[in-house]
Design a protein around this ligand. Structure first.
Ligand code: FAQ
Length: 311
């Protein structure tokens, strides 16, 4: 009965077990997972654009091959995540249509431009750094396919974070111009990277359910604080200043205190009004349209193989 199904589900969640695709689950649990996993997948593939912009201009062959591998990893993450979301019953075509029409979101962070080479360092260090802090707890999310995808993604993200740090470290040890370039990139990416964790806890409508269902394990503000605590000592090693005059160690709480985020900017970017929203979506649609022949060829090939198997 429906009551038995609900109590099985509740017992699995209470025991910190995993819900698998064929298990019964409440409609709202399914819907929130589709929302979050699709948004996450979209972020990975839209997130290829800012750094993809620098592939042809990387300063050395080594940096170029590292960046190429990193951007390809993001495509791979998108694929694992779309596959995980598909197990919940929404097709990839449908998710991509929703991305293109604005019916599903992608992370605010990818609506900012990459103006200099140092931006690739700031993205790796701060954006991938924030992604790791947010995603390590998701390796224990209650939905099996999502949690398993996250394990591999997190391993790759640590390489991404290290390569970003390495770019900034090289610049920070370089000429005055290179140091200034690194500082400028960090100045521009710091606050947007803090916004990746989502709105403050008091204004996070999805958190209560997601915490009760074991999808989220920590709140938006808790993870934001964890990221700040982790990043400040790394900035000291780089000799780079984080652009927050209120940033200071707070003995009492055992954490770094930091200044207020400009949530009106976050809302503006979510509404589609960030510096690069229009360009990101336009390029995504163009790439999708240009790839139509590949999808057609792959579908025709699969049909031919299937017909052969039947003979
Ligand atoms: N951007 O109620 P909450 C990466 C939306 S890392 C845009 O707190 P929730 C790696 C939220 O969806 C980036 N929208 O929501 C990489 C909701 O709207 P909705 C991707 C945001 O879900 C690095 C509304 O605000 N990572 O790609 C943002 O409980 C370098 C209210 O918020 C993930 O997606 C935002 N920053 O918590 C790739 C991680 N924040 O959906 C390439 C998985 C909030 O009701 C290069 N996701 N919103 O219309 C999560 O952990 C959660 O979804 C949160 C938001 C924590 C992001």
């Amino acid at each position: 009965t429906a009551g038995d199904q609900q109590s099985d589900f509740d017992a699995t969640i209470a025991a910190d077990g995993r819900i698998e695709p064929r298990d019964w689950m409440p409609d709202r649990y399914r819907a929130t997972l589709i929302r979050q996993i699709a948004q996450h997948a979209h972020s990975e593939i839209i997130g290829m654009q800012p750094e993809g912009n620098w592939l042809t201009r990387a300063p050395s062959l080594e940096r170029k091959s590292i960046l190429l591998a990193k951007v390809q990893d993001e495509a791979g993450h998108g694929l694992y995540l779309y596959a995980a979301a598909e197990t919940l019953g929404m097709s990839r075509d449908e998710m991509l249509d929703l991305l293109h029409s604005g019916g599903q979101k992608y992370s605010s962070i990818f609506n900012y431009p990459t103006l200099t080479w140092a931006d690739n360092g700031a993205i790796g260090w701060l954006v991938d750094g924030a992604a790791i802090v947010n995603q390590v707890p998701l390796c224990r999310a209650s939905y099996g396919p999502y949690a398993r995808a996250m394990i591999r993604i997190c391993k790759e993200e640590s390489f991404h974070q290290r390569q970003g740090f390495s770019i900034l470290l090289a610049l920070a040890r370089g000429t005055d111009e290179q140091k200034a370039m690194a500082q400028d990139a960090v100045n521009r990416w710091w606050w947007p990277s803090l916004m990746m964790f989502g709105p403050p806890d008091g204004e996070s409508p999805n958190s209560a359910d997601s915490m009760a269902w074991g999808i989220k394990r920590f709140s938006n503000d808790e993870l934001r604080q964890r990221f700040v605590d982790m990043t400040v000592p790394q900035a000291e090693i780089l000799g780079i200043t984080l652009p927050d005059p209120e940033l200071r160690w707070d003995e009492e709480s055992g954490h770094y205190a930091f200044g207020a985020l400009d949530w009106s900017e976050f809302k503006r970017v979510l509404r589609g009004d960030g510096p690069n929203n229009a360009e990101r979506v336009r390029r995504r649609k163009a790439a999708h349209d240009d790839g139509a022949w590949v999808r057609e060829a792959a579908t025709a090939y699969a049909a031919k193989q299937a017909a052969r198997m039947e003979q």
